[in-house]
Design a binder for this molecule. Structure first.
Ligand code: AR6
Length: 172
């Protein structure tokens, strides 16, 4: 069973087999963690993303990491929060499940996730944290058993606290 770690940091520095990018459906880059990953990976990343012709919300696509310490980038567009009645919870769970399964299928044993959708997509943090951890635990126990380490890399203390609280509640 994979170990789940919650850490504070910059995911572009993560030395893991795969980092996950909170992308948009074009897969052509943007702001936030997406912009940081493209800057750190170099222009080769955009060049391989172009022929992928985008990605649906909740789905995932994989590319090399180029100049990143991580071998792969798994790109997943999380849902934009529109009040909670537009399948946002299911779509966020899909992003985590599909990303973890895709990494496992590609032989990854270690993976780092950012807090998908809780930045400019405005998904409520506490709800997102619970969905993320519940989905990752369930997926790691069933279809992605070869994954050994899952890191949630939080960019600020408030985000880290929300994931720690959610993990404590799930383990209780
Ligand atoms: N390492 C880890 N986490 C980070 C980093 C980093 N280097 N930089 C930001 N974060 P967001 P979203 C955190 O807005 O809500 C993009 O423009 C950030 O503080 O990056 O899924 C895409 O192209 C927050 O906690 O992603 C899409 O259009 C979390 O990452 C859109 O934003 C997610 O914030 C996706 O929005």
């Amino acid at each position: 069973m994979a170990k789940i770690e919650i850490i504070l940091g910059d995911i572009t520095k993560s030395r893991v087999d795969a980092i996950v990018n909170a992308a948009n459906t074009t897969l052509l880059g943007g702001g936030g963690v997406d912009g940081a990953i493209h800057r750190a990976a170099g222009p080769e990343l955009l060049a391989v993303c172009r022929p992928l012709h985008g990605c649906a919300t909740g789905e995932a696509k994989i590319t090399p990491g180029f100049r990143l310490p991580a071998t792969y980038v798994v790109h997943t567009p999380g849902p934009i929060w529109r009040g909670g009645q537009h399948h946002e919870l299911t779509l966020l769970a899909n992003s985590y499940r599909n990303s973890l399964n895709l990494a496992a299928t590609n032989g990854c044993k270690t993976i780092a996730f950012p807090s998908i959708s809780t930045g400019v997509y405005h998904f409520p943090l506490a709800v997102a944290a619970e969905i993320a951890l519940r989905t990752l635990q369930a997926t790691a126990a069933t279809t992605a058993k070869t994954i050994e380490l899952i890191q949630i890399v939080c960019f600020d203390e408030q985000t880290k606290k929300a994931y720690e609280t959610a993990l404590a509640e799930l383990s209780a």
